[in-house]
Design a protein around this ligand. Structure first.
Ligand code: C2E
Ligand code: MG
Ligand code: MG
Ligand code: MG
Length: 278
């Protein structure tokens, strides 16, 4: 019976593909555990500067985790962060990232640059009531003023457990940390969370910025976000700015911060300092 036979083949294909996926999952999980057991061996931070809309000045930077594994090569955070969330390792990894961030901040300050840093916080971390204290202890130890730390959260992380997450965000704000909504417009969300959180910043997702000159809807979403932000007193960062034409259109639309390959890729701390010096 042909269909059944084909079905069986398809099934075998999926099964092996899935096994390859599971194997990769376990390998990454193991390697990550090893890295964290060894003080974050092969983990590092990259910094992507956020520029004024004219592209002239660096105003802040986003911290992005990097992992160069000796066998797998460069592993993308888009791949290993979700795995670390599934296995719960994100707590340890998140603490490593917080620690490395405040140390970097201190290095920048010693070089004369008081640069606000944005840090990505994942859904699981946001549900952990200890997050605020972990962040705060680290900031106190390295003399980081809370207002210079922007906590980036996604809409889906907020929706993952709205009540718990709201509680965490409230205590973070009470301690003086600033909140940013990452990848704005890509999650399932009701806008009323914006009213409850009152974030300092929203980040227009790169999918809209990338298409804003060729797709009317994307352009409308960018404009809508800017309007919402300006009437509610929030700052806006445009992510994934790749062309001068996009930069010019964004400049025409308003006073926002720019982040993207046009201005700079995510770079190591030393390079970041060289840029700030230039
Ligand atoms: P994200 O927070 O939205 O970060 C922006 C991503 O866009 C980064 O990818 C950045 O390298 C990339 N990007 C910046 N400018 C451009 C551009 O002009 N064009 C294009 N095509 N891409 C651009 P990356 O570093 O691979 O990170 C991917 C995602 O992984 C992040 O998205 C974030 O969700 C997560 N992630 C990265 N670092 C961390 C971290 O330290 N902690 C947590 N929890 N998540 C992280
Ligand atoms: Mg981010
Ligand atoms: Mg983003
Ligand atoms: Mg993202």
């Amino acid at each position: 019976y042909k269909a059944k036979q084909e079905g069986a083949n398809v099934y075998r294909f999926y099964e092996s593909a899935m096994n390859a996926g599971v194997e990769r999952f376990l390998k990454i999980d193991n390697a990550l555990r090893h890295a964290l057991d060894n003080h974050g061996q092969n983990l590092s931070l990259a910094f992507q500067p956020q520029y004024s809309v004219d592209g002239e000045r660096i105003l802040s930077a986003e911290v992005l985790i990097r992992w160069h594994h000796p066998e797998f090569g460069q592993v993308s955070p888009a791949q290993f962060i979700p795995i670390a969330e599934d296995t719960g390792q994100i707590s340890l990894l998140g603490n490593w990232i917080i620690d490395a961030t405040v140390r970097s901040y201190a290095v920048l300050v010693r070089a004369g640059h008081e640069l606000p840093l944005s840090i990505n916080i994942s859904a699981l971390q946001l549900r952990d009531p200890r997050l605020t204290m972990t962040l705060h202890d680290a900031c106190v130890q390295f003399h980081v003023p809370p207002h210079n730390i922007m906590v980036e959260v996604t809409e889906s992380a907020i929706m993952s457990d709205e009540i718990k997450v709201m509680e965490t965000l409230k205590t973070l704000k009470a301690h003086g940390y600033r909140i940013s909504i990452d990848d704005f417009g890509t999650g399932y969300s009701c806008l009323n969370y914006i009213q409850k959180i009152r974030p300092a910043e929203i980040k227009v997702d790169q999918s809209f910025v990338g298409k804003m000159l060729t797709d009317r809807d994307s352009h409308s979403i960018v404009e809508f976000t800017l309007g919402l932000a300006s009437s509610m007193g929030m700052e806006v960062v445009a992510e994934g700015v790749e062309t001068e034409a996009q930069r010019q259109e964004l400049q025409r639309l308003g006073n926002i911060k720019l982040q993207g390959y046009l201005l700079s890729r995510p770079i190591p701390l030393e390079q970041m300092m060289a840029l700030l010096e230039a």
